[in-house]
Design a protein around this ligand. Sequence first.
Ligand SMILES: Cc1ncc(COP(=O)(O)O)c(C=O)c1O
Length: 369
Amino acid sequence: MTITPALLEDWLRERYFTTTFDISSSGVENYTVDEVLALAGTSAASLGGIMFRDSHSLGGEPLRAALARRYGVDPGSIIATQGSSEAIYLVMHALLEAGDEVVVQAPAYHALVEVAASVGARIVPWAMRTEDGIVTNEDELIALIGPRTKLVVVNFPHNPTGATVTPGQQDAIIEACAAHGTRLAWDGAFRELVYDREPLPDPVLRYERAVSFGTLSKAYGLPGLRVGWAFAAPEVLAGCVRRRDYLSLALSPLVEAVATHAVEHADELLRPRLAQATANRKLLADWLAAHADRVAGDLPAGGVTAFPALTTVPDVTAFADRLDREHGVLVVPGNCFGRPEHVRVGFGGPADELTAGLTRLGDLLPDPS
Ligand SMILES: Cc1ncc(COP(=O)(O)O)c(C=O)c1O
């Protein structure tokens, strides 16, 4: 098996720890252990009695019960994993074989394409187009789905563009999959991070051949906890466990205990971060408007990343490297998503860091010729 290097991870691996103004991230401002435990009315002392025994292959019962209550799914349809990265890896391996046809949104978060490709699947890209943060060409996605399509993979709200679909567009995608018995993998990592709209319904609640991915890494502000999940039919989860037995076996009970508190107090964790992201999105909108002669891009409808093109910069990757090394501002160059003229800007963090980063980025943009 060969697998394509994850350019996004290569880019962030060291820079993430050394930069001054991080406006690269796809998550919100992070929480501490104490902050999570305080919401649950407890403290770190309550973790002292946890026995370091092995947990269940699908995730411990209290964590799955909390996820089931929050998202309205059956506890038997849940696997809790080491971030949603592990869930994506397991599900792709459980569902796909060499030669299978897989329709994937482009651009996409690397794992959603490259794990399927590494299994030997034939990737059929759907080049997504958007206007004002909403997809405009779902009909082209639907036209790609046929009797040979084994799996359709999408992520809404979308990393890196922040684009999403309407509930009606989501219905049309599900119906197209159902018409051919095609499985649908729906990455809802940013589900709760939406502006002026409700979170989309989870497709697993209405289509038995859907799988959805979720995570505590993005909207919940807990990326270092490394907890995500897949919701899927039990036979899909059985295929995941087969593979997990060779990978991570299970989550730590300590991690599961903190994650259970987080899910049980989801609204209290999510609300302040969504408020912060909503305010930051206004700062981003002002910045985009002020630089409209050198930056072209939509305001996101969801998530905490935007993906504008830097229209006056001849080499965006070199520019992003200099921006970090000489000015301490970290963004993600679009080549990490196969779009080298673009840059991913994260706006989920503290407002002062966002303002400092955007100001420096804007000051360095060459004049239009
Ligand atoms: C769309 C999407 N899915 C999945 C992941 C994986 O995140 P994690 O493994 O932390 O849940 C990411 C991370 O950036 C992402 O952007």
